[in-house]
Design a protein. Structure first.
Length: 337
């Protein structure tokens, strides 16, 4: 395991430990005071714990080098983990809404709301600290698993704040306006938690599916790669078939370059090597594959548009050839008559 993988594993382990402590604390307090919103937050933290455990497994597995059976590496395990985490969040949100709806319809006792405020405050503070760590390492290592875990915890910060606010209002009302019943705020806050969880799950599902479906790199990144290949003086006369994708924190980039046909194979490979070095300077964790071809003249343009122009020219050539053939047959037929 390299230094990047070890760093990712360490911060994922911190998330596992933090979420374990929060789940235990929220379950104990939620059951003690009979708060469905605190219990819903405990379920949310349990999902965060499962997500953190999955992220820990994913970053350790994705950090393994490529082997004979996984020749492109193990990066996609992070995308799979992100999708699994999203499904867990959807399930947790459904359970929370169900329990909150039952509390609204049938009611239930809520005791010692002040303890709920305390546990939500501790939860929000802890998750803010850990989520910052996860965001920092996740962005620097481009890890979808860590970013997913970070978003889970950041969502937990705001949902904890919402539940804390609702319980604080209930506690204040009991002390100063005992005739006003605000107990409904507890399940209402739980439903708010569920809606935020659903939004996070939806976004995470989209991100994971894009990587699993081998979606191209962002337009800005592909434009930068094209600009490198099109630079004058680099020895490249044209390029085409630029294809990109991403698996976890690893980018896969491949393209064909056309060089002077009088070049030796060794010279063409040196040009390709320089291009790879430039691209890897910008994207350190990238796998760059090239194919060198002889330059065939003015029909070869730069980039995908040039490739499309060449295809269009070939099609026009086929049509022109077909039309000439038909005219030739017509003349032969006419001569026969």
């Amino acid at each position: 395991m390299d230094s990047v993988a070890r760093r990712k594993a360490r911060v994922a382990a911190v998330s596992v430990a933090s979420n374990t402590a929060l789940v235990v604390m929220k379950v104990v307090v939620g059951l003690s005071i009979g708060s469905v919103s605190v219990i819903s937050e405990a379920i949310h933290s349990l999902m965060d714990l499962l997500a953190a455990a999955i992220a820990y497994f994913a970053v350790r597995t994705s950090g393994k080098p490529a082997d004979r059976r996984h020749q492109y590496g193990h990066g996609k395990v992070e995308s799979v983990s992100g999708l699994v985490e999203a499904l867990l969040i959807f399930a947790a949100a459904g359970w929370i809404v169900w329990e909150a709806a039952k509390r609204i319809m049938h009611g239930g006792p809520l005791e010692a709301a002040g303890w709920g405020v305390v546990v939500m405050l501790v939860s929000a503070a802890a998750n803010m600290v850990v989520s910052r760590m996860l965001f920092k390492v996740g962005r620097e290592t481009e890890s979808i698993a860590l970013m997913a875990d970070a978003w889970h915890l950041r969502t937990d910060v705001w949902t904890s704040a919402g539940v804390m606010g609702a319980l604080a209002v209930i506690w204040t009302a009991r002390r100063f306006v005992p005739g006003v019943n605000l107990e409904w705020l507890d399940p209402a806050a739980a439903i708010g938690v569920a809606l935020l969880i659903l939004k996070a799950a939806y976004d995470l599902t989209g991100q994971a599916m894009r990587e699993l479906m081998d979606r191209s790199l962002p337009v800005a990144e592909e434009k930068w790669i094209s600009s490198v290949l099109a630079r004058k003086g680099g020895g490249v006369r044209s390029f085409h078939d630029l294809k990109t994708r991403r698996a976890g924190g690893v980018r896969f980039i491949e393209f064909h370059i056309q060089v002077d046909p009088r070049m030796t194979v060794d010279e063409a490979h040196r040009i390709a090597g320089r291009l790879k070095q430039v691209i890897r300077t910008r994207f350190p964790r990238s796998v760059v594959s090239t194919h060198e071809e002889p330059y065939r003249g003015s029909m070869a343009g730069f980039g995908r548009q040039g490739h499309a122009r060449r295809i269009g020219a070939r099609k026009r050539g086929f049509r022109d050839a077909g039309a000439s053939g038909r005219r030739g047959r017509g003349r032969r037929d006419g001569g026969g008559r």
